[in-house]
Design a protein around this ligand. Structure first.
Ligand code: ADP
Ligand code: MG
Length: 469
């Protein structure tokens, strides 16, 4: 196992213990800089991150490292360092035993994906600096009941861009293949027409790019960049909620492209209606073409995905092992892949042949993660009420007093985030409130979490109480 794989496996574990916002903030651009005789040095991009990791996440990182390597870590330190090309650098130093296909998640969340094979760099089209991940294709996308419509729509779009399905809007939970499909469309279109101009952005990148263009007075360059493309791919559009100026600009970009019959494909973790607040006219644009959702794959599909990934990695695992993994991890394909990587890495590291017995302990953390699902909504409401010194009835009642409203919003947030309840169901649980109230509560807490340390701690404590009660 090389250090890149080791770090991916550690991140996979750490990720389960943190909120998504925290995880992406603090673990972005980190890597193992040195790892020798139980002494590990983590490279971090800046002092800020260094302090945080040291002060807040040291224990988590240490535990995960020891878990993955099953070896004591004698010293764990951090050092400010940047690494230009994470994957390539590692591969050059030591030939990897397993090639991890998955690009580091941080890159997916921020800006352009930079893992191109180089093919596009040769063509002289204006967007050739923007790399599409060549590993995400239609041929390695496993189709099951829950994603067949999204898959079919994506293929239709790639075959006939700017046609009936414009825009194509794909939505669904985390790690279910939305980004994969976006890249698959790009790869397919590029295969058919190497000169086709493709622009892939995350919503965050679009926002930052727009803000910078305003700040630097480069509005024209911005427009040129975004309006002269044949295929415009926008990942995770939900982050546009509440950003009025960006919504406005996006609206105009959308119109310009749509009018020219350029294909637009958008992904989101929720339906356009559920992105709040979002300008009505933009919402209606998003719903103009084809709306498809991706659901969590069933057991057979999960096994098929694992088989495919094994094949790609050139490893053979018994079906009973695959079955076990697929039954423990059921809501997220990224996690499924992460678990597989971990299993393979562990056995190669230890030079062991994988068996059900040796695999089970590796998935222990996932099992406890899934134990969450057994908490009921009522229990959750009681835990939140108790935490704030209230009665559960207080949260269900009509009063909108602030001392009640805030805990109520937290309960709603947790029902959504931890238990994946639908907004109408959440409204119901909390005294028959409207689903828009639940939606608003979720968005509000979600946004507060990105800058409110106290709230982050409260939620951590709440979750601990929830799952230990
Ligand atoms: P999302 O964007 O929905 O959060 P991703 O597209 O990033 O999810 O998918 C997470 C990981 O799971 C990726 O590595 C992707 O290749 C893999 N994956 C998702 N769906 C499938 C599928 N149907 N077949 C094969 N791999 C998949
Ligand atoms: Mg994605």
């Amino acid at each position: 196992m090389n250090t890149h794989e080791l770090w991916q496996a550690v991140l996979g574990e750490v990720e389960l213990k943190l909120s998504r916002a925290n995880f992406t903030t603090w673990f972005r651009d980190t890597f193992i800089s040195e790892c020798q005789n139980g002494q590990v040095i983590i490279g971090v991009p800046n002092n800020f991150t260094l302090t945080w990791l040291e002060k807040k996440y040291h224990r988590e990182i240490l535990e995960s490292l020891q878990n993955v390597t099953q070896e004591p870590v004698r010293s764990l330190t951090y050092r400010i360092e940047t690494k230009a090309k994470p994957a390539a650098a590692v591969i050059l130093k030591e030939a990897p035993v397993i090639v991890v296909q998955q690009p580091p998640r941080q890159q997916e969340d921020y800006g352009f994906i930079q893992t191109d094979s180089g093919a596009s760099a040769k063509s002289n089209n204006p967007t050739s600096n923007i790399a599409i991940n060549a590993n995400y294709t239609f041929s390695n996308f496993v189709v099951g009941k829950q994603n067949e419509l999204a898959h079919a729509a994506a293929q239709a779009v790639a075959a006939q861009p700017g046609g009936t399905y414009n825009p194509l809007f794909i939505y669904g939970g985390v790690g279910l293949g939305k980004t994969h499909l976006l890249h698959a469309i790009a790869n397919e279109m590029r295969r058919q027409n190497p000169n086709c101009r493709i622009l892939y952005v995350t919503c965050e990148h679009f926002t930052n790019d727009f803000i910078n263009s305003v700040r630097l007075g480069k509005g024209k360059e911005f427009k040129d960049r975004y309006r002269n493309v044949d295929l415009f791919l926008v990942d995770d559009i939900q982050f546009i909620s509440g950003k009025d100026a960006t919504q406005e600009e996006f609206f105009h970009t959308f119109n310009a492209l749509h009018q020219d019959n350029r294909q637009i494909v958008i992904t989101s973790d929720r339906a356009p209606k559920a992105i709040q607040p979002l300008e009505k006219r933009l919402q209606s644009r998003l719903e103009w073409g084809m709306l498809v959702d991706i659901g969590t794959p069933d057991l057979e599909t999960r096994i098929a995905i694992l088989q495919k990934k094994c094949l790609e990695k050139g490893v053979l695992l018994d079906r009973d092992i695959l079955h076990y993994v697929a039954s423990v991890i059921y809501s997220n394909i990224r996690e499924l892949e992460g678990a597989l990587t971990k299993i393979i890495a562990f056995h190669q590291f230890k030079n062991l042949v994988p068996s059900l017995e040796s695999v089970k302990p590796i998935l222990a953390s996932f099992e406890s993660e899934n134990a969450k699902k057994t908490v009921t909504a009522r229990q959750l409401i009681s835990v939140v009420a108790e935490y704030f010194d209230l009665h559960p009835e207080d949260l269900l009642g009509k009063s909108r007093e602030k001392r009640l409203a805030f805990p109520r919003q937290i309960a709603m947030y947790l029902l959504r985030e931890e238990m994946k309840n639908s907004y109408p169901a959440i409204g119901n649980e909390l005294g028959g409130r409207d689903h828009t109230t639940a939606m608003h509560a979720y968005t509000k807490i979600f946004e507060m979490l990105s800058h409110d340390d106290k709230l982050q701690k409260d939620l951590e404590l709440l979750k601990q109480r929830l799952y230990s009660s």
